[in-house]
Design a protein around this ligand. Structure first.
Ligand code: UDP
Length: 311
């Protein structure tokens, strides 16, 4: 039986990943979360799963768990939430990842690191390939996450170089779908919830900034494919959907799909908000034979259904 540790297992991506991993009866999945940004109710699905165990733990404290594989997803990822306690965020990125890497070294586990498109900052190169080193403000309000995740990548690569640890680093671009915490503050969850209640839709700035949104099922298939690549493939590899769209256009699309009467209102653009973001996924296509399949309308319809049915 393969023992797999998933940190951030009650979070948005962690919940989907655990659901996928428990499907295989040869896997034994240990999920760790401290419910900082994960949700207890996401665990309901796993209640009767015999090959699943949950441990409440903050990765900022050391652990000792013998696992064949570790997926490190534990970290608040929404700007709203990661900026509420920036010291906590950077500690999770650096101390948390260090603790898990030490654990992986002890038990010789294969290590997946959830990195992020945020490591490119406000990119001066568009779209962003993995070879781009980024344009990141080291002292801004997003730095706790951006620099934290950059430092976490460094730790992974140093553990590989120094201790020959098997690592797999993915840079995850904007992802959406069911199980995203409704008060996460991300653009898609915010707009869907406002549209469903016919409330004003808040666009930050003029709405011309762009993102490229990947549906969660596509991301999960990318992550699992990356984990099964040959030993010498370490990443980093971009995982995201290159279908770029402005925030204003996505708001209009959601209003249409929800038949909403909501009006759009414009608010101040937060500091250091990237003006555009789009992954170059050539590496993922070549090395993982992966590309996203779910189109935006299809993914949004499924996500809207999830938020409609939330109690
Ligand atoms: N945004 C917005 N309204 C919201 C939430 C976000 O206009 O209610 C904007 C935000 O300023 C950013 C983009 O939407 O330009 C994506 O924000 P999100 O927090 O989802 O993720 P980011 O890509 O910035 O990490």
């Amino acid at each position: 039986m393969k023992k797999i540790l998933v940190t951030g297992g009650a979070g948005f991506i962690g919940t989907h990943l655990c659901k996928e991993l428990v499907k295989n009866k040869n896997n034994y999945v240990i999920s760790i979360d401290n419910f900082n940004s994960g949700q207890k109710k996401n665990l309901i699905y796993f209640k009767n799963k015999k090959n699943f165990k949950f441990i409440k733990h903050n990765i900022q404290k050391k652990i000792s768990i013998d696992a064949d594989e570790i997926y490190n997803l534990a970290c608040p990822a929404s700007p709203k939430i990661y900026q509420e306690d920036p010291v906590y965020t950077i500690k999770t990125c650096i101390i948390g990842t260090l603790n898990l890497l030490e654990n992986a070294k002890k038990y010789n586990s294969k290590f997946f690191q959830a990195s992020t498109s945020e490591i490119y900052g406000n990119p001066s190169l568009h779209p962003q390939p993995e070879s781009y080193w980024g344009n990141v403000n080291p002292i801004g309000i997003r730095s706790c996450y951006d620099e934290g995740k950059r430092g976490a990548e460094t730790l992974c690569f140093d553990f590989h170089r120094q201790y020959n640890l098997q690592i797999k680093v993915a840079r995850i671009f904007n992802t959406y779908g069911p199980y995203m915490y409704q008060f996460d503050g991300r653009v898609i969850s915010n707009i869907i919830l406002q549209a469903l209640k016919n409330k004003e839709i808040n666009i930050y700035g003029d709405g011309q900034q762009t993102r490229s949104f990947c549906y969660i099922d596509d991301l999960i298939s990318g992550i699992t494919k990356l984990m099964s690549t040959k030993k010498n493939f370490l990443g980093p590899v971009n995982l995201g959907n290159p279908n770029e769209i402005s925030i204003l256009s996505i708001a209009k699309k959601i209003i249409k799909l929800t038949n909403s009467k909501s009006k759009i209102i414009y608010k101040k653009l937060p500091k250091d908000d990237p003006t555009r973001r789009k992954p170059n996924i050539n590496k993922a296509k070549k090395e993982l034979k992966w590309y996203p399949k779910v189109d935006l309308d299809e993914g949004l319809i499924k996500t809207i259904k999830y938020y409609k049915n939330l109690d």
